[in-house]
Design a protein around this ligand. Structure first.
Ligand SMILES: Cc1ncc(COP(=O)(O)O)c(C=O)c1O
Length: 445
């Protein structure tokens, strides 16, 4: 709040494709897809048309005692995309509310099974799951949680599989194995009390795009099976094709082996294409069935007024249509190398560490001794001058563009990012000191 004088909000008048236009006529490439929600650019013609039609038909009706075609169709299409394994969808609005639902549903399912001692949750170091009290309790980002810590339920923290922690000679899979050993030790001691573990599959985004090996997900699934613990995949940021597959967890199984699925998937952000707030929790039929009871208190009661909003569901259906009509996953596989190639010079830059990429996410860390104070803020402001809306997390610069890259846009985006980096590092404040020990500037600030 105090920095608003130095970093005034950009007044955005309109959006078109990857571009956001301000009132003065300048345009900015939305390099982080407006907090990772916008998959197909702003004001996409096909999503707009679907919404117009829905607006004329049914904008909203409560999902208590009523239902409507977009909610049903969306649940059915997502079910089919999990091979029928996650057969039920519970609707909410924002990502954090989906996390609340998954935590409550896990605890309540165990309780209905006569195992009410299973009431503890496990989360990963540097994980982020949202900022309502339940979601914050399983979040390990100090800047968001510290002020509220006295209010929060206690969760078990286990090692992050972040591949950047590799010791000399260690691979990302070795780091994953170490992190899994930490989970195993906890499960051996406490599994009778543990309801669920929550994980951001493949990328801990708010931690600064911390990538991990898919072996971690495979191992976590096996441990959860062995110790009777639910596995919650928070795909709010990494779902909807961001890591290359529609669900990130699809990459858990080895090629050619049977697919692996979590017990709950939380989806939000990209599912409604950056148009309207929508989230949902997918779960297995077996979990759904433990709530079927004449006693209403054994049912799953959790309501939000806008649950399953028809416009938001219709936007999500238009997003799924986009994936199918344009074979978006294949298109992204073809266009991602354009940006990787254009960013390749960073690989030889001694000021940079951990240049990394998966799916439609690119990131690199600027070394603490060269970044200087308020690196993220300086980079963001320099980005504006170069036509970029970009917001580093601490010293991590990342690109999470809409799925609209082509050769020209990829080259432009890389060039502007490299220019912004040069200007930011050339423009270090006087008496600047390394700020490695400062609280990271948050993704969501
Ligand atoms: C992995 C993850 N979970 C949950 C959330 C919270 O979503 P929302 O901001 O919609 O509450 C986020 C938001 O960044 C996220 O990245």
């Amino acid at each position: 709040m105090q920095r608003l004088g130095t970093v005034p909000p950009l007044p955005i008048a309109r959006g078109e494709g990857v571009w956001l236009h301000d009132y003065a006529g300048a345009r900015y490439f939305d390099a982080n897809s407006s907090w990772w929600v916008n998959l197909f650019g702003h004001a996409d013609a096909r999503i707009n048309a679907a919404l117009r039609e829905q607006l004329e038909t049914l904008p909203h009706v409560m999902l208590a005692g009523c239902t409507h075609a977009p909610a049903v169709e969306l649940a059915e299409r997502l079910r089919a995309m999990t091979g029928g394994v996650l057969g039920h969808a519970f609707y909410a609005s924002d990502g954090a509310s989906a996390v609340e639902i998954a935590l409550k549903m896990s605890f309540h399912a165990w309780r209905n099974l006569g195992r009410s001692d299973k009431r503890e949750f496990v989360c990963l170091r540097q994980g982020y799951h949202g900022e309502t009290l339940g979601a914050l309790a399983v979040t390990d980002v100090a800047v968001f949680r510290d002020a509220y810590d006295p209010l929060l339920m206690r969760a078990h923290l286990v090692m992050s599989p972040d591949a950047r922690q590799a010791l000399p000679g260690e691979s990302a899979a070795d780091v994953a194995a170490r992190a899994l050993a930490d989970v195993r030790a906890l499960f051996e001691a406490r599994h009778e009390h543990i309801a669920a573990v929550i994980v951001e599959p493949l990328v801990q985004c708010a931690a600064g795009m911390a990538l991990h090996d898919a072996a971690y997900l495979r191992g976590l699934r096996a441990l959860c099976d062995a110790f009777d613990v639910h596995l919650i995949a928070d795909e709010i940021a990494v779902g909807c094709g961001r890591t290359g597959s529609f669900f990130a967890f699809e990459q858990a199984a080895l090629p050619g082996e049977a697919p692996l699925w979590p017990d709950f998937v939380c989806l939000s952000k990209g599912i409604s294409g950056g148009y309207l707030p929508l989230s949902l929790v997918l779960t297995r039929d077996a979990i759904y069935e433990v709530f079927l009871d004449d006693d209403v208190a054994r049912g799953f009661l959790h309501s939000h007024s806008y649950t399953g909003n028809a416009l938001a569901c219709r936007a999500a259906l238009a997003v799924l249509d986009r994936f199918a009509e344009d074979d978006v996953l294949a298109r992204n596989r073809a266009t991602a190398p354009l940006l990787s190639t254009a960013l390749a010079p960073l690989g030889d830059d001694a000021r940079i560490e951990h240049l990394r990429h998966t799916g439609m996410i690119w990131a690199f860390d600027v070394r603490a001794d060269v970044a200087g104070e308020r690196f993220a803020e300086r980079f963001h402001l320099a980005g504006r001058d170069n036509g970029l809306l970009i917001r580093p997390i601490g010293h991590t610069v990342y690109l999470m563009p809409p799925y609209l890259l082509d050769a020209e846009l990829a080259q432009w985006l890389a060039t502007q990012t490299l220019t912004t980096l040069e200007q930011t590092l050339a423009n270090r404040p006087r008496n600047s000191r390394p700020d490695a020990d400062r609280a990271p500037e948050p993704a969501t600030a």
